[in-house]
Write a protein that binds this ligand. Structure first.
Ligand code: HEM
Length: 424
């Protein structure tokens, strides 16, 4: 197995944070203005902010950007007219296999139908009790207890990868392997770069990381199949999954599992950071949540609306279409600004207030429509487990007044970089 030995989890995370930071601007103020004055523009808005597209967006294609809830919903729900196949083109080499985000039509529908049962709450709730809860409490929160202070992002950076690693079915006693896999997953995310000089190097590192991950996962998949694939772990469940008489081969399971490491780590890390920041900044809300744990789920949903980690999603028009009075030609790219749509004043009352008592209404933090996050129940369970363990075990946790207050930043992949807290 080839290993880029120098890549640590921390350095890879810093690389991704840097890559997707974009301009240092008040994004929500800009979006408010765009919703009011230019709800649709014939321009690549993210390029204006200096953000590379994860999907390797081709700069030469005409691009439109949408800021309103109704327009974003219309695009994300309609995967026939607004397709995702270009994602596979942009990152071709990583997409040799079962990669849902880059699939369209029947191919995507069938793959989702096959995979979906493995990600439903009945399975996930068992994992929550047997794996997530004990790992978070025993390996992370309890050891923090005597220190009386911490940067919660140190925990936030590690636990999602540790958990998905365990759910996948990798051995629990190989901490160095977990670190390595997490760093590789981040190196893949750091692949697309704006700066041409950095781009070639980052692409090479991403390709090597993708290959190393593939090799590691493939060995595990082959072993599980050899052992009969009867376990409760994700690999066993994927090997047993069946739809219309079709099952997955080792290559498909390997490429799908490999795609989960970048999909499940960074996203959950940053969502955790934003959620805890929003709660810790509002001690009265935090106190309510501490005393009534049925509010944890509402706080998660509201954080995902208020500060979605993936701030935009891109689709490609499959034919000539019209949105908000703009003619969108076939082949054009359509950027949906999720962070803006999620705060659209026409869709939500007091849309710019973090309000955990809000009436449930779909937002786009986990996407919407056929590509909506397949791992959302896993992510929400992990976040539930993390918040509950923190509130149970770290008495009177609060922001550390001697350190700079946390700030949710980033034009893409948004979240805080540090989150200093103390407890009694
Ligand atoms: C808080 C954490 C997470 C957030 C905010 C998040 C967000 C998203 C979003 C916005 C999409 C839609 C992509 C699109 O429309 O093109 C998506 C898709 C996906 N997510 Fe997540 N995700 C999270 C956690 C996870 C986890 C834990 C897993 C796996 C265990 C996962 C696996 C996937 C996969 C496989 C897809 C592709 C689905 C498809 O294209 O059909 N995600 N996620």
């Amino acid at each position: 197995m080839s290993k880029p030995e120098t890549t640590t989890l921390e350095s890879a995370y810093a690389g991704v944070a840097d890559n997707y930071k974009g301009s240092d601007v008040d994004l929500h103020a800009i979006y408010r203005d765009m919703r009011k004055n230019s709800p649709v523009i014939a321009e690549n808005f993210m390029a204006r902010l200096g953000v590379p597209s994860i999907a390797g967006l081709d700069a030469n294609r005409p691009t439109f950007t949408l800021f309103k809830y109704k327009d974003v919903m219309a695009v994300l729900r309609d995967a026939t007219n607004f397709t995702s196949g270009f994602i596979a083109e942009g990152l071709g080499a990583f997409f040799d296999g079962l990669i849902l985000t880059g699939m369209d039509g029947d191919e995507h529908r069938k793959a989702r139908a096959l995979l979906q049962p493995v990600f439903m709450p009945d399975v996930v709730n068992r994992w929550r009790d047997t794996k997530m809860d004990p790992i978070v409490r025993n390996e992370y929160i309890l050891p923090m207890l005597p220190g009386k202070q911490a940067d919660l992002m140190d925990f936030g950076l590690h636990f999602p990868i540790r958990l998905i690693y365990s759910l996948i079915g990798f051995p629990d006693n190989r901490p160095e392997q977990i670190q390595q896999y997490a760093a590789w997953a981040l190196a893949i995310l750091a692949g697309p770069q704006v700066d041409a000089e950095k781009a070639a190097m980052a692409r090479k590192a991403a390709m090597e990381a993708a290959q190393s991950l593939y090799d590691g996962v493939k060995i595990a998949v082959e072993q599980v199949r050899k052992d009969g694939a009867q376990g409760d772990d994700l690999i066993s469940r994927l090997l047993r999954a069946e739809y219309e008489g079709r099952q997955l081969d080792d290559h498909e399971v390997t490429t799908f599992v490999r795609s989960l490491l970048p999909a499940a780590g960074e996203t959950t890390t940053r969502t955790f950071g934003s959620l805890m920041t929003l709660l810790l900044e509002r001690p009265a809300v935090l106190e309510r949540v501490r005393n009534d744990r049925s509010l944890v789920g509402k706080a998660i949903d509201e954080a995902v609306r208020f500060e979605p980690v993936a701030t935009f999603k891109v689709r490609q028009a499959a034919k000539d279409l019209e949105i908000g009075g703009f003619q969108i030609p076939k082949g054009a790219m359509v950027q949906c600004i999720v962070s803006s749509a999620n705060r659209d004043e026409d869709a939500y009352e007091n849309s710019e207030t973090f309000d955990i008592d809000r009436k449930p209404k779909p937002s786009f933090g986990f996407g919407f429509g056929p590509h909506m996050c397949i791992g959302q129940f896993i992510a929400k369970s992990e976040l539930q487990v993390a918040v509950n363990a923190i509130l149970d075990l770290l008495p009177n946790i609060r922001l550390d007044p001697s350190k700079p207050a946390p700030k949710i930043v980033g034009a893409q992949l948004r979240g805080p970089h540090s989150l200093p807290v103390i407890w009694d």
